[in-house]
Design a protein around this ligand. Structure first.
Ligand SMILES: Nc1ncnc2c1ncn2[C@@H]1O[C@H](COP(=O)(O)OP(=O)(O)OP(=O)(O)O)[C@@H](O)[C@H]1O
Ligand SMILES: [Mg+2]
Length: 675
């Protein structure tokens, strides 16, 4: 081959029926496309008819022009899709001119359209038992995704997977709920632990009764050790931020029980949910009931609390935020408070309700001051994006520990409502049929968005399971908790009631939906829920499955779809905990603070975590006639004791004036609150 002849590029030959497609490409561009057939001669096959495409026309060329072009090509390639016979014929023809060709793997879809797309082993994607290029594969997947109504987050994920596993069908199968673990696995949160000098329970300087009970553990867990080494037992206020299942409860317990046993004031252990309060109450009663009086306070907001079971003189009060706030707003005497533990303190940032916790903390501080209590404050959370800032606002020392005791594998797969239950069934069975190295069967918590769906899913699981939500009575819930603890249930199916803190020893968490009622989960809520998977004393690892229905929403007010939400949550950054005040929230908290502290209310407002427009709120309170000077009016008092927002209060007043049936009214108010 002479050097002075210009290189025309790569000549590509591909069998198409009785003839061959000819493509010449240089620098990624197609210079020529044509068709060639071969004729048999005594010397072997030789170029016969040769036509070149020019726009829509096929322009005939002399066969010698093909040979000339082949001679000037820098390389000649025969597509892999060419039959052995065709290949032999081409090679024999080229051999007649001392030309050689190599076989090349090319995209079949491209070559069927006369395009030349060579594939390397890295870029080739399997489809229908052949190989295609990423562009064609993407296009195919796109078609499937359009058909399923998939949105961007999920599309990106599927494309990522496509390039990763190089198999179109396998990835597309994911859209019909197949559980290919290599594909569903999104990531793994590892369990590496920092080097922390663990405190031996024998060395703890605590009351003998507490110490003897702690001997069931040899050592404190890392975050507990950190808290103790930083003054937990010397009365320091602490904000403890560490992942779920890292043992935060015991931090509060160490300080609070010790002080209660020493007669240094009672322990108030405050949680956001009734289910959680029940569990903590049971735990404390069981562990310390013989040496301390334990009581529970879970005042419902609307229906008058008759104070049943609640003993304000107890040494340990477990309560919901609202239960205790109700006690404060109605001026109950809770005696000498030695320790306040606020569990799940990230609720300060909850939409709608964050201000109530903010207000409660401020009112409780006021109570402790006016009753001359020397109170230690301990705040616990797994999910705070702005821990140092929050610690400063709370005036507490930050104790942070980042790692998890067991690794968690997170999986995502796609399915519609009915397919989801089949998948859940499979996953629940698989978990329950296997045992951890510690001898425990794998148990599952399924989270879903409505009570009705809890029952539906539970009914359709083959293995023993139970629904669990706030609509069940206390006895029913206790029974489920016990059965789960005894490994008699393979699964519980639950709503948000279990989101935080309840210690169900599950190895697996399945998200049947990513909504709570008619709202998508926040990153915080999501983290809390998935953190239920894998307990250090039971399991070697946790497993999390997100079952995502493409293009699904649970209410027409939802702008994003479930597949979008899924990837937002998986990649989600922990949100900062910020308490925001709109007018309603400001009015509500200011009224409560005035009810509790009169003139002192401004100081209570000022030390809240969120910025509250006090002046404006006071103006509104006067306008609404909820206050008179710095005292609540009888109306204002009723409003605050029932945790009403002004709008609700006026709706009630209105209804009462019109003579609406009180039961209908209550029902309507409760409906507003439904999760
Ligand atoms: N020192 C210890 N040694 C061994 N296990 C412990 C120790 N302290 C606590 N545990 C166990 O660790 C588990 C998790 O504890 P806990 O419920 O307090 O976690 P948490 O940090 O509050 O998690 P969450 O954020 O989910 O509420 C419990 O089963 C508890 O019994
Ligand atoms: Mg907890």
């Amino acid at each position: 081959m002479s050097k002075q002849v210009a290189d025309v590029g790569t000549l590509f030959l591909h069998e198409a029926g009785d003839e061959y497609t000819v493509v010449v490409r240089r620098d990624g561009e197609r210079l020529l496309q044509g068709r060639l057939d071969l004729k048999q001669t005594s010397a072997g096959p030789r170029p016969g008819r040769f036509r070149v495409k020019d726009g829509d026309d096929d322009v005939p060329r002399r066969p010698e022009q093909f040979v000339e072009m082949a001679r000037r090509a820098s390389r000649i390639r025969i597509s892999e899709q060419t039959s052995p016979r065709g290949r032999e014929e081409l090679e024999s023809m080229l051999g007649g001119y001392q030309l050689e060709a190599k076989q090349v793997r090319t995209c079949r879809y491209c070559s069927s359209k006369g395009r030349y797309a060579p594939l390397t082993s890295e870029t080739a994607i399997k489809a229908d038992g052949e190989f295609i290029c990423p562009d064609c594969a993407r296009r195919e997947l796109e078609r499937e995704a359009n058909y399923r109504g998939l949105r961007s987050g999920a599309r990106d994920r599927l494309e990522e997977l496509l390039l990763e596993v190089g198999d179109l069908e396998r990835v597309a199968n994911l859209l019909s709920g197949q559980l290919d673990p290599e594909l569903t696995k999104f990531d793994e949160i590892s369990a590496t632990t920092d080097e922390i000098d663990l405190v031996s329970t024998r060395d703890l300087d605590v009351h003998g009764e507490l110490k003897s009970r702690l001997q069931k553990f040899d050592e404190l867990l890392p975050v507990q050790s950190l808290a103790v080494r930083n003054g937990l037992l010397e009365g320091r206020d602490q904000l403890v931020v560490s992942a779920t299942a890292t043992g935060k409860t015991l931090v509060g317990e160490l300080a609070g029980i010790d002080r209660a046993l020493r007669g240094e004031g009672k322990l108030l252990f405050l949680v956001p949910l009734v289910a959680l309060a029940n569990q903590k109450y049971e735990d404390f009663e069981e562990d310390y009931g013989d040496v301390l009086d334990v009581t529970i306070r879970v005042g419902a907001s609307r229906i008058r609390d008759d104070g049943n079971r609640f003993d304000p003189n107890a040494d340990v009060i477990v309560g919901t935020y609202e239960g205790i706030d109700h006690a404060l707003r109605t001026g109950k005497d809770m005696g000498d408070i030695g320790t306040v533990v606020i569990d799940e303190v990230h609720n300060l940032g909850a939409d709608e309700r964050g201000h109530r916790l903010d207000g409660l903390v401020s009112r409780l501080k006021h109570y402790c001051e006016t009753n001359a209590c020397d109170t230690q404050w301990i705040y616990l959370s797994a999910t705070v994006g702005n821990a140092p800032e929050l610690a400063e606002k709370l005036g507490a020392q930050l104790i942070e520990f980042e790692e998890r005791p067991v690794p968690i594998e997170r999986h995502v797969t796609f399915a519609d409502g009915t397919e989801k239950i089949d998948i859940e069934n499979k996953l629940v069975r698989r978990a329950f049929d296997s045992k951890s190295s510690k001898g425990y069967r794998g148990q599952t918590i399924v989270f879903t968005n409505s009570r009705r769906r809890c029952h539906e899913v539970s009914r359709r699981l083959e293995y023993e399971s139970a629904p669990y939500h706030a609509g069940l009575d206390y006895g029913q819930r206790k029974r489920v908790e016990r059965q789960f603890g005894d490994q008699d249930l393979a699964a519980v199916v639950t709503t948000a009631a279990l989101a935080a803190g309840v210690d169900f020893p599950a190895s697996q968490v399945i998200f049947d939906s990513l909504a709570m009622g008619i709202e998508w989960l926040s990153v915080q809520e999501f983290e809390q829920m998935l953190g239920r998977a894998g307990r250090p004393d039971y399991h070697d690892q946790g497993t999390v499955y997100l079952l995502v229905e493409p293009d699904c929403t649970y209410h027409n007010s939802m702008e994003m779809s479930e597949d979008e939400v899924a990837f937002k949550l998986l990649k989600g950054e922990m949100e900062p905990v910020i308490t925001r005040y709109d007018e309603t929230a400001a009015v509500e908290e200011t009224l409560a603070n005035i009810t509790v502290a009169g003139k002192g209310a401004k100081r209570l407002n000022d030390r809240m975590v969120g910025d509250i427009p006090t002046k404006h709120a006071v103006g509104k309170l006067l306008e609404y006639e909820f206050i008179d000077g710095f005292d609540p009016t009888p109306l204002g008092r009723a409003v605050t004791e029932h945790f009403l927002e002004p709008g609700e209060a006026f709706a009630i007043l209105d209804a009462v004036r019109k003579g609406t049936d009180p039961y209908a009214l209550v029902a309507e108010m409760e409906l507003r609150d439904e999760e």
